[in-house]
Design a protein around this ligand. Structure first.
Ligand SMILES: NC(=O)c1ccc[n+]([C@@H]2O[C@H](COP(=O)([O-])OP(=O)(O)OC[C@H]3O[C@@H](n4cnc5c(N)ncnc54)[C@H](OP(=O)(O)O)[C@@H]3O)[C@@H](O)[C@H]2O)c1
Length: 406
């Protein structure tokens, strides 16, 4: 078998850039002929997945933007994607037999089969303590080679355009600000910031019929929803939604961390086949009542869930202030409440909603209504959104505002 170069760690530094600050670890082969950089964003979790981009040095594409290889654009897009995700690694690989300037017009050098690429990348990742990766890949480039000794949990498309979804820079800026706003909110209020979000038709339907999922929003706003998930550290649904749609609640359409799923389920009806239990990358939290069956609790814990026994509120569901306090203790700063109808109604009735982000799609359904009755309001003063911004995202309209209760 062909042997790759022996690679040694040479030092570490921090560098600022238009994409924020990076920890940069320098490596080289023993003869200092080839140099490698690991650009690290955020923390590398000891067991979790790491978003990874492999980039092979291409002087022509990066410095001169010569030819059609697109290496410079890909490098920038990868740095932007990792910065948006808040965590991940870019390996900048300078390999033996690097075609360098010869790449101009000749295609991306990453596309040329080279056994050293995988060996060098795997050696660096081992040194960094990375075991599982999610690969950022451009669908237009050939699949990268398998990385020896590393698990690949999935792929995330590398989007070369400046924006992951069509929408104003103000909307992108709002997403970027959310984690900081949420941290300050929890510090002040002692509970997570709650974002209520759902997609509805023009007539206010969120589904066609119970148990019949319907894609209401278009592709651009679905991508936006994934970007919104990525800036929350927990996502909550009711057991009705799990039984109807069996959602995974992960971030798949953009790079970014998965929020921790939270399911409200007083009778522990969460089935073993739920994708949240099987495909989830983060331990799901099941909020149940203190009367729930201990045997069912044990079954769900054996499947990897964290079961929280909580008091029941006046209307029979989980007591929402108690749930939010427990989530704050678990480190949740930003909670995205995604539905369904009963859960949305409960959060609004309890006035435990800090911002509302609704996608309105140009479709008429006449199906399951988002609210199944009046919200209690004195003198018909129903909650109204204040400071609303309206964004067109693809064919849909996204409204973002804060409820005013009086
Ligand atoms: N368009 C969208 O954006 C969107 C998003 C999500 C869901 N949906 C749709 O919504 C529908 C499901 O809505 P749904 O109203 O039937 O179910 P749901 O709101 O998802 O879940 C309701 C269930 O959660 C449990 N629960 C526990 N504590 C609660 C509390 N404090 N408040 C409310 N519920 C509590 C209750 O079951 P137990 O009594 O057994 O605990 C309750 O029956 C599906 O058709 C789905 O497709 C649409």
């Amino acid at each position: 078998m062909r042997q790759g170069p022996e690679i040694l760690r040479h030092g570490e530094t921090r560098l600022g850039s238009p994409w924020g600050e990076w920890r940069v670890v320098h490596y080289a082969d023993r003869g200092l002929h080839y140099r490698y950089l690991a650009l690290i964003r955020g923390e590398i979790p000891p067991e979790g997945e790491v978003l990874l981009r492999l980039h092979r040095r291409c002087a022509a594409g990066e410095l001169l933007r010569a030819g059609s290889c697109g290496c410079g654009e890909r490098l920038e897009a990868a740095l932007a994607a990792l910065a948006q995700a808040g965590a991940g690694v870019l390996l900048y690989l300078d390999l033996p037999e690097n075609p360098g300037m010869a790449a101009a017009g000749g295609g991306c050098p990453l596309s040329r089969p080279d056994p050293h690429l995988a060996e060098a990348a795997a050696a660096l990742l081992r040194d960094l303590g990375v075991k599982t990766v999610r690969l950022l890949t451009d669908p237009e480039e050939p699949a990268p080679p398998p990385l020896p000794g590393l698990a690949v949990a999935g792929r995330v498309p590398l989007v070369r355009e400046a924006s992951l979804f069509p929408g104003s820079t103000a909307l992108h800026g709002r997403l970027a600000d959310l984690p900081g706003t949420a941290r300050r909110f929890r510090h002040r209020q002692g509970r997570p910031l709650v974002t209520l979000t759902y997609a509805q038709s023009l007539d206010g339907s969120i589904a066609a019929r119970p148990g019949h999922p319907l894609a209401i929003s278009g592709p651009a706003s679905q991508t936006f929803t994934h970007a919104l998930r990525a800036v929350h550290n927990a996502i909550l649904v009711g057991i009705g939604t799990v039984l109807a749609d069996n959602p995974a609640l992960t971030v798949r359409l953009v790079p970014g961390p998965h929020p921790r799923p939270v399911i409200m389920d007083t009778r522990l009806r969460l089935p073993a086949y739920a994708r949240l239990l099987r495909e989830g990358r983060r331990q799901p939290v099941v909020a149940t009542s203190d009367q729930a069956s201990p045997e069912r609790q044990q079954e769900l814990e054996d499947l990897g869930a964290l079961v929280l026994r909580l008091p029941v509120g006046p209307n029979g569901g989980i007591h929402l202030p108690a749930l939010l306090n427990r989530l704050a203790e678990l480190g949740v700063t930003a909670l995205m409440v995604e539905g369904g109808a009963q859960v949305i109604t409960s959060f609004l009735n309890s006035r435990l909603v800090d911002q509302v982000v609704v996608t309105v799609a140009p479709i008429l359904v006449g199906g399951v209504r988002v609210l199944d009755g009046y919200l209690p309001a004195a003198e018909r003063r129903f909650p109204r959104l204040e400071g609303v911004s309206y964004y067109q995202v693809g064919e849909d309209l996204v409204l973002w505002g804060s409820p005013c209760w009086s």
